[in-house]
Ligand binder design. Structure first.
Ligand code: NDP
Length: 381
């Protein structure tokens, strides 16, 4: 059977072709992302204004372009250290110059009716400061991954958002990506039994330390850590997904060798770790700034599932012991931005809430503690 579900091709939100043999229409509908039906029935006129904080590579190459295609939100402002860059963005995206803010004038966003959501896309070590400033300005917050460099910072962000009564989401785009959503469904419904053995890796070979996007990533204060914080957070996320978002009870870990001292004097270039879950399931994981790698596989008693190129920008693949599961190409950032806008408009819970970002930072802190001490560390959440 070749069941085709199509709802909104332009937004990239929900359309998929499911090649699983014998699947009923009801089963096919069960595969829809949690927010898809809701998003498609929203009034087309309702659009939230989004301000991007930090106009670096992810904002420039992915989030800005996605905000030209979103249906339920659009770019209406920026926060940047460069007024000139801000003006280029204002001209290009068609918003007023009065919607360009600096990091020191973020409080003024409070009085700006064009901006509903502030999306923090600065180096990890600055997320807490910028998220808290956004919450204090009374705006909903989206914070890029990893949420912050410590659990204490995550707590401060969550508290600021609660106290301001605004929404908080982490920029986990894969929570809106159909192959990952299908993997999560297989885990949740235990289609093959509970997944018990997982392996995953994510990495790229980092270039020169002088490259703009590398500089803060190898600076401990700005990054909070190396390959684990940047690339490993995706593997931590995938492992928790296979256990229906359960947190591991304990971790063990080992840092890789310092392959390039000029780059990795403050942060790790690679790390291997194992996550142990309450039901004795185990995830063996790798994150690296030394090699380009990306895969994730989970095994259960009655079958397995495997994601190819699961964490980068290329379209992931999903294969299970029953065969390939194929979804047409989509834009993850468009789906994420519209999915979060949907939650905010409806007042429903984000699929990637602040508490999830905090959980992942707690796991990564335990991984660092395990790697440093050489001991098995219990994960305290
Ligand atoms: P870049 O280095 O390309 O951009 C960061 C931007 O932050 C800078 O251009 C600058 O913007 C601003 N900034 C403010 N203060 C500083 C500072 N002290 N040092 C450096 N930059 C500063 O980083 P990325 O865009 O690659 O990453 C930004 C965030 O997004 C990170 O948290 C990263 O983990 C996350 N990310 C998420 C991805 C995903 O797929 N979800 C993919 C890539 C990154 P300006 O010049 O406007 O002031």
């Amino acid at each position: 059977m070749d069941a085709f579900i199509k709802m909104d091709r332009k937004s990239g939100l929900v359309w998929r072709r499911q090649f699983l043999a014998g699947m009923s229409a009801a089963a096919a509908l069960a595969l829809l992302p949690r927010h898809s039906e809701a998003v498609d029935t929203l009034p087309a006129t309702k659009q939230l204004g989004v301000a991007l904080v930090g106009l670096g590579s992810y904002s420039t190459e992915h989030l800005g372009p996605a905000l030209r295609m979103t249906k339920y939100c659009r770019l209406t402002g920026v926060v940047t250290g460069s007024q000139t860059k801000g003006q280029v963005w204002a001209n290009s995206y068609g918003f007023s110059s009065r919607n360009i803010f600096s990091y020191d004038t973020m409080a003024r966003i409070a009085g700006n009716p064009d901006i509903d959501v502030v999306y923090v896309v600065t180096p990890n070590g600055l997320h807490a400061r910028h998220c808290i400033a956004a919450a204090k300005a009374g705006k909903h917050v989206i914070c890029e991954k990893p949420m912050a460099t410590s659990v204490a910072e995550c707590d401060a962000i969550i508290a600021a958002c609660r106290s301001a009564g605004v929404g908080l989401s982490v920029g986990y785009r894969l929570h809106f990506e159909p192959h990952h959503l299908e993997f999560a469904r297989l885990a949740r419904e235990q289609s093959f039994g509970p997944f018990m053995q997982m392996t995953g890796a994510n990495g790229f070979r980092m270039g020169s330390p002088e490259a703009a996007s590398s500089a803060w990533r190898v600076n401990k204060k700005l990054s909070g850590g190396g390959a684990l914080m940047d690339m490993g957070v995706y593997v931590v996320q995938a492992a928790c997904m296979t256990k229906a978002e359960a947190c591991p009870v304990a971790v063990t870990a080992r840092l890789g060798p310092v392959t390039r001292p000029a780059l990795f004097s403050e942060v790790e270039g690679s790390v291997q770790w194992t996550m142990e879950f309450a039901d004795a399931a185990v995830a063996k994981c790798v994150a690296s700034y030394d090699q380009t790698v990306g895969h994730f596989r989970a095994e259960a008693a009655r079958g397995w599932a495997e994601l190819g190129q699961p964490f980068g920008y290329a379209e992931p693949t999903l294969t299970t012991s029953q065969g390939p599961v194929v979804f047409p190409e989509m834009n993850e950032q468009v789906a994420q931005l519209d999915g979060i806008a949907d939650c905010l408009i409806r007042g429903s819970r984000s699929p990637a809430p602040g508490e999830m970002g905090r959980r992942d930072v707690a796991i990564m802190q335990a991984i660092y503690a395990a790697a440093t001490s050489g001991k098995r560390m219990v994960v305290n959440t």
